[in-house]
Design a protein around this ligand. Structure first.
Ligand SMILES: Nc1ncnc2c1ncn2[C@@H]1O[C@H](COP(=O)(O)OP(=O)(O)O)[C@@H](O)[C@H]1O
Ligand SMILES: [Mg+2]
Length: 372
């Protein structure tokens, strides 16, 4: 069967797909609108099939997702890959979608930015329902390992994310990262804490709208060949600047500065990116920082925090070495009293930590302010 991938209203190319397997690329319509991850040979007018497969396979719930097994039992015998294509492959982080060539359906009638979506799967993920559910949801394609769901709050699209054992700290960490960014003048998406039942979640609004897409830095890192003589840091900034991301260096430096302060352990290349207009293809700039929760010794025992030196990402594993990249250019003054207060205030909102280890927030705050 022939399918077409669209970017919003623009057909990009068509391809043959049988049982969710891409057989071949058929016609190329508007290759410049393709996902950056998908390789296109301009001279030969060829879309590289394997890069398209790779793109689709990466646009799904990962195997590492918490409680994946319970989810799999409830999605009508589908694999996570099949699930990602179940409702036109739509997402709330970009405007790509796939339809059968002869289907007359239009983007305006199905996209999740302007149309409502089923809340079933969100409720299910957070343990509120065990019945079968509608697959008309952007949660089919969401990335990341923490339990999460897009929900509707009046006309806003909100990403709700859980936290992991043993300290359930990530949701609070997101808020701390946002609050610290705010006092430092760093562009971080706003996270708030939300209690649902026994659990606490982080919530943030969508920073993508129906005219934009989030392009993770991984999209450029995975395709381009880095010459040996330049560092990964310089390479990423150069590639971003070539694409028109004018504030790339500043944005990345500020992000690395935040990550240095909060001991972020998981800033891999899919955890930051830039924003592009899907109509004009104009690059808008770096996306606000998101996903800073895997930080602040989220899974380290209290007794090990003082001497902890966790590995970091994405340019170096050593935190101090990564900081060397930006040290000379950062001229932000760190108010350690404010940072201490933010950490203590936000972590004391965790009923779990207050009950089991009320001194943990002090141990973390002490470590952070003594390490900047
Ligand atoms: N506020 C947001 N607006 C749009 N897309 C987002 C937003 N937050 C996250 N995303 C997208 O959802 C993915 C998963 O969210 P993330 O916060 O990274 O979860 P996890 O902590 O499980 O990795 C991100 O990689 C990004 O593509
Ligand atoms: Mg992530």
């Amino acid at each position: 069967m022939e399918y077409v991938i669209y970017n919003k209203n623009t057909p990009v190319f068509s391809f043959e797909m049988i049982h969710n397997k891409i057989v071949k690329i058929i016609d190329i319509y508007n290759p410049e609108y393709r996902p950056v991850q998908v390789k296109y040979n301009n001279k030969k007018n060829i879309i590289e099939k394997s890069s398209f497969e790779h793109f689709l396979k990466g646009r799904r719930i990962p195997d590492t997702r918490q409680d994946k097994d319970i989810l799999l039992e409830n999605i009508q015998g589908k694999s996570l890959y099949e699930l990602s294509l179940a409702y036109f492959g739509l997402s709330l982080s970009d405007q790509y979608w796939i339809k059968e060539k002869n289907d007359s359906v239009e983007w305006k009638d199905i996209n999740f930015f302007q149309n409502n979506f089923s809340q079933d799967m969100g409720l299910f993920i957070f343990g509120k329902s065990d019945s079968s559910f509608s697959l008309k949801t952007p949660n089919n394609t969401s990335d990341g390992w923490l339990k999460k769901a897009w929900i509707l709050d009046e006309d806003k699209r909100i990403l709700v994310k859980g936290s992991s054992k043993p300290f359930y700290q990530e949701a609070f960490n997101e808020k701390i990262a946002y609050e610290i960014s705010k006092i430092l003048g760093i562009n971080h998406i706003k996270y708030e804490i939300k209690n649902m039942g026994e659990m606490t979640y982080s919530v943030c609004e969508n920073f993508i709208d129906e005219n934009t897409e989030l392009i993770p830095v991984n999209a450029i890192v995975q395709n381009a060949q880095k010459p040996n003589h330049i560092s990964m840091y310089d390479f990423v900034i150069e590639e971003l600047e070539k694409l028109g991301v004018n504030n790339a260096k500043n944005g990345i430096d500020e992000m690395l500065f935040l990550d240095y302060i909060i001991f972020n352990e998981d800033r891999h290349f899919n955890n930051f990116g830039f924003i592009r207009d899907v109509e004009t293809l104009e690059v808008k700039g770096m996306a606000p920082i998101y996903d800073s929760g895997t930080s602040l010794f989220y899974n380290t025992l209290d007794t090990a925090i003082k001497s902890a030196n966790p590995n970091v990402k994405p340019f170096y594993t050593d935190r101090k070495k990564q900081f060397e990249l930006i040290k000379d250019r950062i001229n932000k003054k760190i108010d350690t009293d404010k940072i201490r207060k933010i950490i203590v205030d936000v972590l004391s909102q965790s009923a779990y930590l207050e009950e089991f280890t009320p001194e943990r927030k002090i141990i973390i705050a002490d470590k952070v302010v003594s390490s900047v």
